[in-house]
Each structure stands twice: as C-alpha cells, then as structure tokens.
Design a protein around this ligand. Structure first.
Ligand code: G3P
Ligand code: MG
Length: 248
C-alpha cells in the first residue's frame, strides 16, 4: 500500500517544519513525515526549509550565520496569520532542532524522511551529524535520508552502509538506475511532473519511487492507483481519505 507522508509536517494547514505541524500530521494519521535540515553557525541541526529565515520567521539572514540561541528568539512570520486554522498560540512556535523533532517521532513511531539541504551551502560534516543525531534520539525509527546533492548522498552512504537513502530528482535524468547502483541509493524521490519520464525497468519499479508534492485530488488518485511507494503531500488528511476510499 502506498504510504502517505506529510510534507514539512502538514504544510497546507500549519506552519511548515514546526513541531505543531508535525503533531498535526501525526494526528491526521500519516505513515511518515518529511522535513528539511540546515546547520547553524554553532553547528546545531535545525529544521527549516530555506537557507534563510526570512520567508517563515520574523528575522533576516542565513541560518548558517545564526547561533541557535538567536534563531530560537525568532517568531513565525506574520504571513501565517492568513492560514485558515491560525490561532494566536502559533506565536509560540520556534525553529525546532532536529533533536526536538526526533523526540516527537520516536514517540509517534511513524517513518521519517530527513532532507539534507546542502545545495546552497555544503555544511561540512552535516551527514555524520544527522546520522548520529538519529542514532542518539530515535534509534528505532525507520528513517530515509534524502538530498538533491549527490555528494551528500555519497557521504551518507560512507557514514552508514546500511542507512536508507533517497535521491531527490527534479529534472529528467536518463539512466536513473545507474545512479541507484553506482551510489547505492535505495529510492528515487521524484518531482510529480517527472513520472512520465521514468521508464520502468527490471531495476526500477513503482515501489522504488516516492513522489512529492502531490496535493490535488486528481493527482492523489493517479499516484495511489500507480501504487508508488510513497506520496509526500501538504494535505495528508486528503491523501489518507482518498486512499481509504480507493481501498473500500
Ligand atoms: O523531499 C521532497 C521535497 O521536500 C523536496 O523539495 O523544496 O519541498 O524540500 P522541497
Ligand atoms: Mg524537503
């Protein structure tokens, strides 16, 4: 059965990559959650999508130029006030550390996809730090690490020969199966528009593919019928409901 992962938690309804967003995705019944990590100036792993804080929090500048204590002072950007579910309690949300997020997932016992955001800055040593953090705070969690940056994936594999790794693909790549073999990658995480470019071979099946960001009803039905391994969505409740209806 296709798994449903919440993209940055429940991004469609709650402030992305916050503990609130993770709790709400878990409450909706997701099989897993996708989140993004960067590294602070004082080398703390934090959960945020962009390399800068500007879009989602009330500060300005690169995550890599903040110490954690200063990042933690930032409040959510005012733009989240336009969300349907907005409540004043959202103002208590802060940029989570990976450790804080892992503590939630360890209790919830759902799967996790940690995306290492290393395309803009390489954050030396981040791969080993992320793997160690998981081993320390959620050792029994089923985790898949992903990145758009192939050297990051190779470093993850070097750090842990047994970890699960997903290759984020956002443009057509010929002979994708060669990447899987050569870099010992476990899954392809595919931009949804690229499914038509993927040729099923003896080396690649729908079970090797996680697709993001599948949000519309028609797309959800399409990918659920295709039986891809995982759908990563901003609206996990919608995906879970449609999966339930298709099964009935
Ligand atoms: O991991 C899937 C998806 O999150 C990749 O793109 O930009 O949303 O991190 P982005
Ligand atoms: Mg991501």
């Amino acid at each position: 059965m296709t798994k449903v992962f919440g993209h940055r938690g429940s991004k469609g309804y709650f402030p992305e990559n916050t503990l609130l967003s993770f709790h709400e995705a878990i409450r909706a019944g997701v099989d897993g959650i996708e989140l993004d990590v960067h590294l602070t100036k004082d080398r703390q792993l934090v959960v945020i999508h962009d390399a800068t804080v500007d879009r989602t929090f009330d500060g300005s500048g690169y995550v890599k130029d903040f110490n954690l204590v200063d990042l933690k002072r930032l409040k959510l950007n005012q733009s989240f006030k336009s969300f349907t579910h907005y409540q004043s309690t959202w103002d208590l949300e802060r940029i989570p550390t990976l450790e804080e997020a892992l503590e939630i997932f360890a209790l919830a016992k759902i799967d996790l996809n940690i995306e290492l955001k290393t395309t803009q800055f390489d954050y030396p040593g981040i791969e080993e730090m992320v793997i160690s953090c998981v081993k320390q705070y959620a050792p029994s969690l089923n985790v898949i690490y992903s990145s758009f940056h192939l050297p990051t994936l190779a470093r993850l594999r070097a750090c842990d020969p047994n970890c699960n790794i997903g290759f984020l693909v956002e443009q057509p790549i010929p002979l994708l199966q060669d990447y899987l073999k050569q870099f010992q990658l476990n899954k392809i995480h595919l931009d949804k528009s690229l499914i038509k470019h993927i040729k099923m071979t003896s080396d690649i099946s729908m079970q090797d593919i996680k697709v993001w960001t599948v949000n519309k009803t028609s797309e959800l039905i399409y990918f659920l019928n295709k039986e891809v391994d995982t759908i990563i969505t901003d609206f996990p409740d919608r995906a879970l409901q449609i999966r339930h209806e298709l099964k009935a």
